[in-house]
Design a protein around this ligand. Structure first.
Ligand code: SF4
Ligand code: SF4
Length: 167
């Protein structure tokens, strides 16, 4: 063991260092210990999921991508009442209502419809309150684990009717 006197801001401190053996000085023991940990983990059950080939099992109450539903005749169910936007704690939903014109009865179920319906996915917390608030059963959160698209800018995460309305 070597003992040294070191002066730290005027105070004298006595520092000691244990003399290393030859095996310690070439890090043989440290490398061996590291290899033992690696080998131990090598034979353990792997928890990495090889996405997208493998899909993780999610909870039955998992909520994913939203969809705006159509009725049995293919008409949009949403009447732009705004209740989902009111219920949304993240203020993620915006819409613009429009009056259904003559000849559009096959497109929209009621006299009013959402000409613009947008969800800001960067704000959404997937709470499902919009789904609960909707009196027309027009909006649902699916079990989908994949977003319609990813993006490099904020605008890419504003989902409009083109991504939300089911075909
Ligand atoms: S899931 Fe929740 S946060 Fe997302 S849009 Fe619906 S109400 Fe808003
Ligand atoms: S999705 Fe439902 S609650 Fe939201 S505006 Fe349309 S009808 Fe109203």
């Amino acid at each position: 063991m070597s003992i040294k006197n070191i002066s730290l801001s005027g105070k004298k401190v006595e520092a000691s260092r244990k003399k290393m053996s030859f095996l310690e000085s070439i890090y043989f023991i440290a490398i061996l210990k590291g290899m033992m940990i690696t080998i131990r983990h090598f034979f353990k059950k792997k928890i990495t999921v090889q996405y997208p080939e493998q899909k993780r099992e999610f909870s039955p109450v998992y909520r994913g991508q939203h969809v705006l539903m159509r009725d049995q005749e293919g008409r949009e169910r949403c009447t732009a009442c705004g209740l989902c936007a009111l219920a949304c704690p993240a203020e993620a939903i915006t819409m613009t209502a429009a009056e259904r014109k003559k000849g559009e009865e096959h497109l929209y179920r009621e006299e009013k419809y959402a000409a613009v319906y947008e969800i800001n996915m960067l704000r959404c917390i997937f709470c499902g309150l919009c789904e609960d608030a909707c009196p027309k059963e027009a909006i649902f959160l699916t079990k989908s684990q994949e977003m319609v698209k990813v993006g490099m800018d904020r605008e890419s995460f504003i989902y409009g009717k083109d991504k939300l309305v089911v075909n």
